[in-house]
Design a protein around this ligand. Structure first.
Ligand code: AMP
Ligand code: MG
Length: 409
């Protein structure tokens, strides 16, 4: 029998370390670049050509030889216009002494010319152009390879793919890219009282919240959630659902509920008989009853049943695991500092995560509790911008105390 006492209470950091130790970046797959947003590169990407590929004009203007202008006795020298070059075309001839070529932004610099005078600095009748401001040599010319040199590594293995990385891949002509695949995470709600979203509410029953909020968190973290049918509080149904998760090829299993000390809290029991438990209990609130272990070699994160606790625990423990499997090396939650609007007393020695709304004031950010902090009060999450972290050893915080706030987005 697994008693509460046979498992030490872990700190949030220790629990996270143990979970992270149990997961690793997943295999590499090659996918179209537009699907790679949010993934992590599994290869270096080199430039196969210079960017830009040729010297070109950075402005609409006239391509000129600067020596013509500098040697001219006129303050406003005059050049003969030999034609016009739109972007996408190459001028077949040269710009000779005394000549200028009308040129559009992006068009390749013609032979002979070394600078571009902006339209704004000229006056022209079509045949001749008068240069009203003589630019410096090389003005308004973008040089071949100025952005990227051929052969240079432009994107490194391990780099997260954002829209700009996708743009870079496009500029290199890569339609596909190698990245770590997304983890498949099965989501399993447990409890005799928990009913499906489309079932009529009946006395004693509540709707399944966790499967949905946890699945959305998995998606947000970059994983692929697979929602299983709710497991009633019976060992064999639970074992059967977990087997189904393994059959589906889960990279991680997330359960909710059934992990406390009640008679029907079977998750940790099944985990210990069918697999093994690494830890149970984290020194935090909400979310103290949480277990972690493996089943069939697959990590299983057993979240508490209360909807707020299930979400906060996923944020602190599930999300880092998903990100590590995706190939990320950082999973810190974006954090701001804010001053508490009200005094807070918590004397249980646990780390508290309080749901707060953030307000911009003249003295900086302020954090206000979003009402009842019960671990089942989902409204406290809906109204919140983030979680204020109250350290284990801080028993009383005066109003105005600065705290860290983990942002939801
Ligand atoms: P448990 O840890 O299983 O005792 O669950 C703690 C509390 O969370 C109980 O009040 C459950 O009814 C509730 N709960 C458990 N699972 C869910 C779920 N999937 N959706 C909504 N509430 C749940
Ligand atoms: Mg339960």
């Amino acid at each position: 029998m697994h008693t509460k006492d046979s498992y030490p209470m872990l700190s949030v950091e220790a629990a996270r370390e143990r979970i992270l130790d149990a997961v690793a970046p997943l295999e590499v797959e090659e996918i179209p670049i537009l699907e790679a947003l949010g993934r992590v590169l599994a290869e270096d990407v080199r430039a196969e050509a210079n960017v830009p590929p040729h010297d070109n004009s950075a402005m609409d203007g006239y391509a000129v030889r600067i020596s013509d202008l500098e040697s001219s006795p006129d303050r406003h020298p005059r050049l003969r216009v030999i034609g016009e070059l739109p972007a996408g075309q190459v001028w077949p001839g040269q710009v000779a002494a005394g000549e200028a070529l009308r040129i559009m932004t992006g068009a390749p610099a013609p032979a002979g010319a070394d600078s571009v005078v902006r339209f704004e600095d000229t006056q022209s009748d079509g045949q001749w152009v008068v240069i009203q401001r003589i630019p410096s040599r090389g003005a308004n010319v973008r040089y071949a390879g100025e952005d990227i040199r051929q052969g240079q590594i432009v994107l490194h293995q391990g780099q997260p793919v954002r829209p700009q990385e996708i743009g870079m891949l496009a500029s290199m002509g890569h339609e596909r890219v190698r990245v770590h695949r997304r983890p498949r995470v099965t989501v399993l709600a447990t409890g005799d009282e928990v009913i499906a979203i489309d079932a009529p509410l009946a006395p004693g029953k509540i709707r399944n919240i966790n499967s949905y909020s946890n699945a959305a968190q998995i998606t947000e973290a970059g994983g692929e959630p697979l929602v299983l049918e709710i497991a009633p509080d019976q060992e064999d149904s639970l074992a059967q659902r977990l087997q189904r998760a393994l059959d589906l090829g889960a990279d991680m299993i997330v359960t909710s509920g059934g992990v406390s000390v009640g008679d029907f809290d079977l998750v940790k029991h099944v985990l210990s008989t069918e697999g093994n438990i690494d830890f149970w209990w984290v020194n935090m609130k909400p979310g103290k009853p949480m277990a972690f272990g493996t089943i069939g070699g697959i990590p299983l994160l057993a979240l508490p049943g209360n909807p707020v606790a299930a979400m906060i625990s996923f944020m602190l423990f599930g999300r880092p695991a998903v990100r590590k499997m995706l190939g990320y090396t950082s999973w810190d939650i974006p954090t701001v500092e804010a001053r508490l609007r009200e005094a807070i007393s918590r004397k249980d020695g646990r780390r508290h995560y309080l749901r707060v709304r953030l307000m911009e004031t003249d003295e900086g950010l302020e954090a206000e509790l979003t009402g009842d902090q019960g671990s089942g009060i989902l409204m406290s999450m809906v109204a919140a911008d983030g979680l204020a972290v109250i350290p284990e050893d801080r028993h009383h915080l005066e109003a105005g105390t600065t705290v860290q706030v983990l942002l939801f987005d």
